[in-house]
Write a protein that binds this ligand. Structure first.
Ligand code: CAA
Length: 287
C-alpha cells in the first residue's frame, strides 16, 4: 500500500489525543471516522475538534473554508464496525491501559479490512505486545503524536518486533502527508524516545515539590525560562494529563525499575481526578 492509497482513516478514541489526530488527518484531506464507545464521548471530541478548527481560522492559521472542509470530512461514530469496515489505516488512541487497548484490538481485528494498517498512539506501552493480539502483527506499528497534535510537529513512528519495514515507511509517509515530521524509533522500548526523557523530568519536578525543595511556580519558572521548555514542567503535566504521565511512569517502573516510581504528588492528583486542563484543574486551575 502507498500513502496515496489511503483515503479513510479511522481514529479510535475521541479524547485529547484522538480528536486532535482526527483534526490533523482531516486537515490533510483524509476522510476521518472518529469513534468512541459512547455518544457523549464522541460528541465531546467532535466539539473540541470544531473548537480547535475555529480557533485556527480565527487566528488565520488556516482559512475558514479549509476549517469547514476539514470538519465535513470528519464523521463521528459509535459503532466500531461502521467506523473501521472501510478504513485503510486505523490510529488507536484509547486510554493508556494495556488491557483496554488489547480488548479494542481483539474487536477491531474482527471488523477491519485485512489490508488495513493498525497504528497505536500509545505513549509508552509495548507495541509488540499489542500487535500480538491481532492477526496482523507485521501490519502494526506505533504512531505517536504529541499534545496538542494540531500544534506539535513531531510524530514518533515505532517499530514493533514484527513490523514490516514497508509499514514503517508508509506510516512515515502518512505523517509527512499530515504535515508532520516523523522520527523512527527502531526498538520497542517503554516510553520510546520522548517520554523516556520527558516523563522522568515531570516526575523529578514533582519530587522537588514533594521534598519541599521548591514550589510549583519556582520549578516551572526554572524549567521554562532556564532549561528552555515551552511550558513549565507542571504546566506540561497539566497539558498532557497528569493521569497520562502517571500511567507512563507506572508502566516504566514495572518494566525498567524503581527509578521511575511515580511521585506521590502525581498519585494524589490522579486519585483526586485533578488531571490537568481536560478536567479544569491539575497543578493549576483552568476555570
Ligand atoms: N487548537 C487550536 N488552538 C489551540 C489548541 C488547539 N488544540 N490548544 C491551544 N490552543 C490555543 C490556545 O487556546 C491559545 O489561544 P489564545 O491565544 O486565543 O488564548 C493559543 O493556542 C496559545 O497559543 P500560543 O501560540 O499563544 O502559545 P504557544 O506558542 O505557547 O503555543 C503550545 C502553545 C504549542 C501548546 C506550546 O506551549 C507548546 O509547545 N507546549 C509544549 C507542548 C508539548 O511539549 N507537548 C508534548 C507533550 S508530551 C506528549 O504529548 C506525549 C505523551 O505521550 C505524554
Amino acid at each position: 500500500m502507498d500513502v496515496d492509497d489511503i483515503e479513510t482513516i479511522a481514529v479510535l478514541g475521541a479524547g485529547n489525543m484522538g480528536h486532535g489526530i482526527a483534526e490533523v488527518a482531516a486537515l490533510a484531506g483524509f476522510d476521518v471516522h472518529l469513534r468512541d464507545i459512547k455518544e457523549e464521548f464522541v460528541q465531546k471530541g467532535y466539539d473540541q475538534l470544531e473548537w480547535s478548527l475555529n480557533k485556527l481560522a480565527e487566528k488565520e492559521q488556516i482559512g475558514e473554508a479549509e476549517a469547514e472542509a476539514a470538519l465535513d470530512r470528519v464523521t463521528p461514530i459509535v459503532d466500531l464496525e461502521e467506523a473501521v469496515e472501510d478504513a485503510d489505516f486505523v490510529v488507536e488512541a484509547v486510554p493508556e491501559k494495556m488491557d483496554i487497548k488489547k480488548n479494542v484490538y481483539r474487536e477491531l481485528e474482527q471488523h477491519a479490512p485485512d489490508e488495513a494498517v493498525f497504528a497505536t498512539n500509545t505513549s509508552s506501552l509495548s507495541v509488540t505486545e499489542l500487535s500480538e493480539v491481532t492477526d496482523r502483527p507485521e501490519r502494526f506499528c506505533g504512531m505517536h503524536f504529541f499534545n496538542p497534535p494540531v500544534r506539535m510537529q513531531l510524530v514518533e513512528v515505532i517499530s514493533g518486533a514484527h513490523t514490516d519495514p514497508e509499514v514503517l515507511d508508509l506510516t512515515e509517509d502518512l505523517a509527512e502527508a499530515m504535515g508532520k515530521t516523523p522520527v523512527r524509533v527502531r526498538k520497542d522500548s517503554p516510553g520510546f524516545i520522548v517520554n523516556r526523557v520527558l516523563v522522568p523530568l515531570l516526575n523529578e519536578a514533582a519530587w522537588l515539590v514533594e521534598d519541599d525543595v521548591a514550589t510549583i511556580a519556582e520549578v516551572d519558572s526554572t524549567t521554562k525560562y532556564d532549561i528552555g521548555l515551552p511550558m513549565g514542567a507542571f504546566e506540561l503535566a497539566d497539558q498532557v494529563g497528569v493521569d497520562v504521565s502517571y500511567d507512563v511512569l507506572d508502566y516504566m517502573q514495572g518494566v525498567l525499575g524503581d527509578a521511575y516510581e511515580p511521585c506521590p504528588l502525581l498519585v494524589e492528583k490522579v486519585e483526586a481526578e485533578k488531571l490537568g486542563k481536560k478536567t479544569g484543574e491539575g497543578f493549576y486551575d483552568y476555570d
